[in-house]
Design a protein around this ligand. Sequence first.
Ligand code: ATP
Ligand code: MG
Length: 834
Amino acid sequence: ADAPPEDYLAGLNPAQREAVLALDGPVLMLAGAGTGKTKTLMTRVAHLYWHKHVPSDQILAVTFTNKAALEMRKRLENSPFGIKTPMKWMGTFHAVSVKILRRHAELVVGAQPSKVSGPSIKVRNDLKPHSNEALAEIGMLEGAPNSSYEVHSNTDRLHLKSNFTILDTDDQLRLMKQLIVAANIDEKRWPARLLAGIIDGWKNRALTPDRVPSSEASAFNNRATELYEAYQQRLLALNATDFGDLLLHCVTIFQKYPDVLESYQRRFRYILVDEYQDTNVCQYLWLRLLAQAHKNICCVGDDDQSIYGWRGAEVGNILRFEKDFPGAQVIRLEQNYRSTPHILAAASGIIARNEGRLGKTLWTDEKDGEKVRLIGHWDGDEEARWIGEELEGLQRGRGHFEPHSLEDMAILVRASHQMRAFEDRFLTIGLPYRVIGGPKFYERQEIRDAMAYFRLAVSPDDDLAFERVVNVPKRGLGDKAVQSIQLEARAQGSNLVEGARGLLARSGLGGKGAGQLRGFIDGIDRWHEAVLGARPALPEDTLIEPMLPDTPPANDMGHVRLAETILEESGYVSMWQNDKTPEAPGRLENLKELVNALEKFDSLQGFLEHVSLIMDTDRQEADEQVTIMTLHAAKGLEFPIVFLPGWEEGFLPSQRSMDESGNKGLEEERRLAYVGITRAEKLCTISFASNRLYFGRWQSQLPSRFIDELPAKHVEVLTAPSLYGGGYGAAAGFGSGYGSAVEDRATKADVYNSPGWRRMQERSAARPVSQPREARGMTIDAVALSAYVIGDRVFHQKFGYGEVMGIEGDKLDIEFDHAGAKKIVARWVIPAHQ
Ligand code: ATP
Ligand code: MG
C-alpha cells in the first residue's frame, strides 16, 4: 500500500545509482565535495525502506554533526523520499551510543566490588529518570525483553545505572583536578588539562585503562594510567560518563558480551555512515563490530575533507575499510553538482598542494559563473562593513546576479572569535544573522561576566551585575554570604555594594570570604572612580596637534585600558588563564575580542549602551538570516553564497599549525580551506585584512599562504574600498553601491583618531612594511602603512585635501587646497588618491 511519493532514483547519475542499488555487502563511496555522497546515502535509506521494506528502526545511519543528522531526517520525510516513520537510529555517533548505553549501563562495571572513596564533586544531574515513554522511545519496552541481558546484572559491583549523567568538559576537568591533587601531584606542573588530553586520546583509540600500551605508561610523570583508572572509578561512583566514554563503553560491552553485540547486529541490518573520513579508531571499532556479521555497511567520505585529525580522526580508516571488508565495492563519484567550475577549480588548485592524497577527479556540467572573488581590506572593521554591504546588495540583486535570500548566504570563519566583528556590524546595520555552533558573542558566559564587571564600574547600583560576579572568580562567597549581603542592603536601604560594605564594617562576615569581599568592593570603588575621572570625548575640532595633550590627565587611563585593568584586577582573566578546560583559550580570545570592540566607543558607558540596544533589537527573530559559523561546523553543508573572511597567516592556517613541525597541521588547515570553498554554489568571496586589533593593539597581518595557491585564472581580485584604492573596484556587476568616497574617508579618519591607531603608529615605526605580494600572476596589494613622501596627496578631516610639501619628523607641511599651508602631525591625516 505504501509507496514513495516520487521516483527517487530518477535524478541520479549512473555511479550514484550503482551505489544506491548495491544494498547488500560492504560499499565504500569515496568522492570529492559536492558529488552527491550525502544525497546518495539518503537515497539508499529510501531504497532500503521502500524497495527492500526494511523497517526504519533496522537502519543505523550515523553522521557527524547534530545539524547534519537533523537535516537528513528532515529531507527523508519530504519529497522525493517521503519516509514518515521516524528514523530512530539516525544521529551522531554520540547520540546513538547514548541510546545503546542507557539500555546496558549495568554492564559497565568497576574494578573493585566496593564503593570507591574519594573527594566529592557536585555533578549536574539534569537528566530525569526515564519514564516508560522514554524507555519505549529508545526501544527498551519493545516486545519481549531479551532474557540473556539478565544474566549480566551486577548488583554486587559498582556499575553504571541507566540514568547516568554525561559530564561536560568543565565537570570533567574539575574531577581530574581533584584526583591529581589527591594523588599528591603538583597540579601546576601537571595540569588537569594535560591529563584530560591524554585520557581523551586513549579513549579515542578505544584504550581502556588495562589496555594502555606500556610504551605510553610514562605519560604524565608515569602516573597517567593510574589516574585514568582512578578517574574511571570516580565516574562510576558518580554514575557519570564523559563524552569519550559513550563510545568506549559501547565498544567494551560489545567486546565483552557477544550476545549483546549479536542483538545489535541483528537489529541494525543496514549501516550507513556519512563523513567517514572523520571517524576515529574507537568509532571505527564500534562500526566494525556492529557490521561484522552481516557486512551491510556503506561508508561515504572524502579524504580531502578530513578536518578532525586534532581529535584523533584517522584518514587511514578509509584505507583500512577494504582490508576489513574484503570484496567491498568501491564507488567513485566524480561529477560535482554543487559549485560552478570556477569555484571548483579554485578549491582543487588549493587542495592539489597536499601530499599523500588519494586523488580524485572532479568535474561539473555547470556554466562558468562568477570567478572566486578575492579582496584585501585595510582592517577587520572594513572587512565586516564591506561584507555587510555585499550581503545587502546581494539581497537586492546585483547586475545579472539575481536577488538572494539571506538564508542563501553564509560567512564561514576559522575560529569563533572571528565572528564578533560581523555580529557587531550586522547588529549595527540591522542585518539579521544566526550563529551556528555556539551562542552569539554577547550571550557567551565570559562576555556576560566581563560586562557585569563593566556595569558595576559604571554603576555600582547594578545589583544584578553584583550578584553575577561577586563570586566569579571564586571568592569563598557562597549563597549564604550573598544572602547576608542582601539582608544588610535591605536593612540599609542601599545597593549591594553598600550592603557588603556595611556587613564588613560590623564584621558580619567571617572567614576568608571577608577579605576577598573587601578586595572586590575596593576594586569596584577604584574602577568607578576611574570611570568618573575619565576625560570627556574630545570635540571634533581638536584634530590639530597643539590642542591634543600627548599625555592624558593622570586620573584617566582611557576606557580600553580601564577595561583591561578591571578584568585583570578582578582576577577574571587569571581565572580563565588557570582554567585548563579546552574551552578556556577560546574564552580568553573572546575577552580580547571584547576589549577590541571597546576601541570603537568613547567610554565604557557608551559601549554598554550600545550592547543593550543591539541586544534588544536582536530579540526579534527574523525569518531570513545570514548564517555565521565555523568551517568545522559547515562540513557537509552548502550555500549559494559564501564569504570566507580572515584568510591571514595565523588565522588560516592557524598559528598552532604554523608552529608545529612537519606539515601535518598545515595540510589539515589546507583541507579546511578546501572545505570552505566547496561549500559555495554560485559565489565565493575570500577576504583578508591587513590590520587587526588584537587585545587593543593593532597588529599587521599577512595574507594567507593559501591565497597564493589559488589559481589566478579562476580568481578575480577586487579592489578594496580602502584609502589606497582611491575608490571602489567595480567588478563584473558587483562592487557598486557603496557610500560616497568622502564618507568612507571620514569613517577612516575616525579610525585614525582612535587611541588604538596611535599606538599602532608608534609600533609601526619599528615594523617592517609588508610588500605587495606576487601570487601566481596576480598582485595582491597587501595594504601597508607607509611613510609619506613629498608630493603625496592627503586628507584631513577639517581642512580637506592637500599635498605634502615637507616632512619634519612626524610632522608634515601640507599645502591644503582650500585652507592653505599648515603643519600637522602625520597621524592626523590620511593618504588620499585624488
Ligand atoms: P560534501 O562532500 O560537501 O559532503 P556531498 O558529496 O555529500 O558533499 P551532497 O551534499 O550530497 O554532496 O550533494 C551536493 C549537491 O548536489 C546537493 O545540492 C545535491 O542535491 C546535488 N546533487 C547531488 N547529486 C545530484 C544529481 N544526480 N542531480 C542533481 N543534483 C544532485
Ligand atoms: Mg555530504
